[in-house]
Design a protein around this ligand. Structure first.
Ligand SMILES: Nc1nc2c(ncn2[C@@H]2O[C@H](COP(=O)(O)OP(=O)(O)OP(=O)(O)O)[C@@H](O)[C@H]2O)c(=O)[nH]1
Length: 523
């Protein structure tokens, strides 16, 4: 927005408020007095604030309940009005990437978990090699035994582990994990290209200037050589599927390999919703996939860290408390610069005060503090690490024959050399600067649509509306990807669009500014 337009709006708003005040004065209304809150000198201020916070939460829960009840009633009414035959009952078969708009619209009407499962199965089916991407901060927690079992049972597919985000863990820890994982499967140490301006809002003009050519990424050559070598032994073009839990960096790896912003990347979990085919060269094609669906039977920490927020309902306070319970309290206190805590509520109260997260009246906003911690632990900058188990025990779906079979056809010596070189080159944090975390182990996933638990009807409807909204956004983004995504996802920029196009859009916007009509737009 231009300054001219902004100042014009501000002026009009001031005038409008002045007018309202004048009218209220004429009618004899006085401004209600502001609540000064609890004075600092009051005894038990903390307890009182916490009680107030609890009361507010209860009130919100009540409101939520009422909203759900209202939705239930509306749902009933709608059901009576519409023809039940119109409802999507059976799962439609998903078309290939590049599917037509009406088919996309049909997909969006399905349970998103079903769509994820279908797309994932398609990716597994279409691939010769599957790259299971693991967040180096919790590699075991990013492995899904159910998906691995399907790949092993297929008999002829290869599984390779990619230890991504290796810049976020200490070097010794990275070495230990590499030693542990290579006992089982070929493992590649990787650090994908990430946008340094991840957390800031980037202007559209700056965004297009970001080039991949000079950005730091480790493990690309090693991975390409590994895939190239395998392709040569096979003697035919290969398809490589990239799979994993949300936010582990699947799309970032593809972008790094391609040196282009070809896939959507972002801090929000579950961004990729359908498979995307990216040809690397004539011989190798990479396929991006939506994330695994987490089984509700997992521990609450696994659910908090691995559930895509776009399709799962997770309460921030519960999720953050679960994460906190498995982190080293001493290091957490040092990292967040808060006093020692006895329970998670006390920690979040302290954190909210420390970060200036207050509600009206001055009470600490515990909910926002919990959200902040949760987003940091699922995001892309917090350094934490887990220790690998002391003894290597193969998962039940692996035996020695399978391990040997999975390694056949790869040049493992070259891979080892590349990994050693990358470990030396990657600058990770020291163990004092990162937080020790106790992993919950392998995370169970759902691969068959029939295993997906049914959502309560009311929630289905809520999610349906959300999806329709995002479908509309998608349609808009088809017209101008950079424009749209910059507003939806300020944290991370998205796939490449010819730079001229965004500048045209900017020009058009600037022209529009002068044509702004306050009386229609503000009213
Ligand atoms: N520090 C660091 N951050 C990374 C790395 N790789 C990816 N990220 C960040 O992790 C976040 C998630 O990356 P994505 O590539 O969108 O992850 P994804 O697995 O495709 O996510 P979904 O589409 O949600 O399944 C982004 O903010 C990336 O910038 C890495 O090697 N190091």
């Amino acid at each position: 927005m231009t300054c001219h337009k902004r100042y014009k709006i501000k002026k009009k708003v001031r005038e409008h408020h002045r007018k309202l005040r004048k009218e209220a004065k004429k009618r004899g209304h006085k401004k209600p007095r502001k609540d000064p809150g609890i004075p600092n000198s009051a005894p038990f201020k903390e307890t009182l604030l916490r009680e107030a916070e609890l009361r507010k939460q209860q009130l919100e829960e009540l409101k939520q309940q009422q909203k759900l009840d209202r939705q239930k009633e509306q749902d009933k009414k709608r059901k009576l009005e519409t023809d039940p035959a119109d409802e999507p009952s059976n799962v439609e078969s998903v078309e290939e990437f590049g599917q037509s708009k009406p088919k996309k619209a049909k997909l969006s009407k399905q349970n998103p978990k079903t769509v994820h499962c279908l797309e994932l199965k398609k990716v597994i089916e279409a691939s010769d090699i599957l790259l299971e991407v693991l967040d180096a901060r919790d590699p075991l927690g990013c492995r899904c035994p159910q998906v691995e079992e399907v790949i092993v049972q297929s008999g002829h597919k290869k599984l390779v582990l990619v230890l991504n985000k290796s810049d976020l863990i200490p070097k010794e820890n990275l070495e230990n994990w590499l030693n542990y994982l290579t006992k089982e499967l070929p493992t590649v140490v990787f650090k994908a290209f990430t946008n340094p301006k991840d957390k800031r809002k980037i202007t559209k003009v700056k965004k297009k200037a970001v080039s991949f050519k000079h950005k730091v990424c480790f493990g690309k050559e090693g991975l390409l050589k590994l895939l190239g070598g395998f392709q040569e032994t096979l003697g035919k073009p290969i398809q490589v599927g990239v799979i994993g839990f949300p936010n582990v960096g699947k799309s970032s790896i593809i972008n790094s390999l391609k040196q282009e912003r070809i896939c959507n990347v972002g801090i929000s979990m579950g961004l990729t919703r359908s498979m995307q085919v990216v040809p690397l060269d004539k011989q190798i094609t990479i396929i991006d996939s939506p994330c695994f669906i987490v089984s509700p039977l997992n521990s609450s920490t696994a659910l908090a860290l691995r559930s895509p927020a776009s399709i799962e309902v997770v309460k921030p306070l519960e999720a953050a408390s679960a994460i906190l319970s498995q982190a080293d309290a001493r290091q957490v206190v040092l990292k967040y610069n808060v006093p020692n805590y006895k329970n998670s509520l006390e920690f979040f109260t302290n954190l909210a005060q420390r970060r200036g997260l207050h509600q009206k009246g001055g009470s600490p906003n515990v909910e926002r503090a919990a959200k902040l911690l949760w987003s940091e632990w699922t995001g892309a900058s917090l350094c934490y690490y887990c220790q690998p188990p002391t003894l290597w025990t193969p998962p039940p779906h692996f035996n020695e024959n399978i391990v040997a079979d999975m390694k056949r056809g790869f040049n493992l010596e070259e891979l080892e050399k590349n990994n050693a070189h990358n470990i030396q080159a990657i600058r990770g944090p020291s163990s004092g600067n990162s937080i020790l975390f106790w992993s919950s182990g392998l995370t169970n996933g759902i691969i068959e649509e029939k295993d997906i638990p049914e959502l309560p009807k009311v929630m289905q409807q809520g999610k349906q509306e959300e999806r329709e909204d995002s479908e509309d956004k998608e349609r808009l983004s088809d017209m101008s990807p950079i424009e749209e995504t910059s507003e939806a996802l300020p944290e991370e920029s998205i796939a490449g669009e010819p730079s001229t196009r965004s500048s045209i859009i900017l020009d058009e916007k600037t022209k529009e500014d002068d044509a702004y009509d306050f009386s229609t737009d503000y009213a």
